[in-house]
Design a protein around this ligand. Sequence first.
Ligand code: PEP
Ligand code: MG
Length: 586
Amino acid sequence: MSVQVFGLPVSRGVAIGRAVLVASSRVDVAHYFISPDHVSAEIDRLRRARDGVADELSALKRELPADAPAELSAMLDVHLMLLHDESVIAATKQWVFERHYNAEWALSAQLEVLARQFDEMEDDYLRERKADIEQVVERVLSRLAGQAEDLDPSARPPEQSVEPDGEEPLVLVANDVAPADMLRFKRSVFTGFVTDVGGRNSHTAIVARSMDIPAVVGAREASRLIRQDDWVVIDGDSGVVVVNPSQIVLEEYRFRQRQSELERARLNRLRHTPAITLDGQPIELLANIELPADAGAALESGAVGVGLFRSEFLFMNREGNMPGEDEQFEAYRDAIVAMRGLPVTVRTVDIGADKPLDRMTAQELRHEHALNPALGLRAIRWSLSEPGMFRQQLRAMLRASAFGKLRILVPMVAHLVEIRLTFDALARARQQLDDAGRPYGRVEVGAMIEVPAAAIQIDLFLKHFDFVSIGTNDLIQYTLAIDRADEAVSHLYDPWHPAVLKLVAGSIEAANRAGRAVAVCGEMAGDESFTSLLLAMGLKSFSMHPARIASIKQRVLRADTRRLAALLPEVLRAEDPAAASLEWLG
Ligand code: PEP
Ligand code: MG
């Protein structure tokens, strides 16, 4: 039966493919149906995993030192007993026999049943045994999964491959995906993705957009309703996900898919056309990248430089090892060399909020820490709290600047003391390089304007920094007090809010007046519904995902900035600027 799920559209286009369900928490459990003639082989696999864990636990027990706490040995006995308990193994086999679930799915399905039974127990002691059963199941799942920690399907052992036959397109379905995992998927086979949670401008959504694949987030029940291998249509324009569509619906979406491919090919022809408005204003269209390898796509798209290199992605998926100075230097230098003399703006790490160093999702983060990570130790606050690490990054950037035009961008600055400490750190980093006799170039230093406090006192920032870049994603989040990763309040995340527009317009105007370069590098820059408005505000530099450059260029080529600027006051005065913009700016 066909079902529809509704979520937030975050990356355009239509994807049609077989669902690959990926569990985002604990062990990555694969869900798929096995063919009836593989039932006994699957049960055998389960038995081997169970026996392997039993051997492991028995060996552990034998090797316990004489002075080990008695509780440890007792716990191992309980775990060994549970491993052979009928309620665990026999019932799991039943799922395989009757439902044809793969072993991991069967085991996690049975864990759900048992966990609920334990929760209902009156006896505290027995209720606490739930943790034991979870640990035992976890061990068996890990053994079944082989490399359980790896979410990348290409790394799975063949017996649990989730690709139907290697030919059909695949779409990723998950409850939530951390930005770090999204990065792994960047070079994967998925042609679309859908998650249950997440906001339109969460970093997971941003990475999906940078992959240029249709995506829907915040589709609440998606991972529960969609089963492994279902046919799924992801409509990244409207946020609709159709599960097992009828032939007629499928044909309609295939038609739309072909249309958008044609449109994309047409826009691509603009790649090398200079972005100049009708009244002769040159407009700079820059790329946002996450890794040096993305520089290729930036050049391909016709970007005239990198306006935002989110360096924190270099720090992810590293099991706690931070990249050292040399490794960072090489990454920044590689980006510069790949951009062939065009400027590259590298942002100092923006760790924290929905971009933790480890693979936690925004949802896990909130539950783990209970506090609101978006208001915590993030970006420049984190860097200043780790001065050694911060100077290391600055030295790496300075050294790379000997190879081309590198600009340093500092995220989330709000206080004068942060400005002072940043420049002190930079001065010390330069001194250290001088002492070591290492060459470095001249760099411009800029600030992200992404906290209302910075936009309100923009003149202070223009006095200290060579340039500013407006981070509308966070500026909206902090102005409207809306967590950008939380789908529950995503309807209130409104880039058109008059307060947001006033802060953006005021910052651009002040920078232009002061003769300082100003860019917008938040998602607004790559959204064509804002192009006329930003041009009207006097913006001449836009930084966005490479895939968005052609569409924005088309808008720029059709715009007359003098006419737009004259209409701006009406839009800024309007109670409903979105409607006013449509009426006046077109
Ligand atoms: C922004 O906040 O607009 C921005 C570009 O930074 P990030 O999305 O990485 O927070
Ligand atoms: Mg930001």
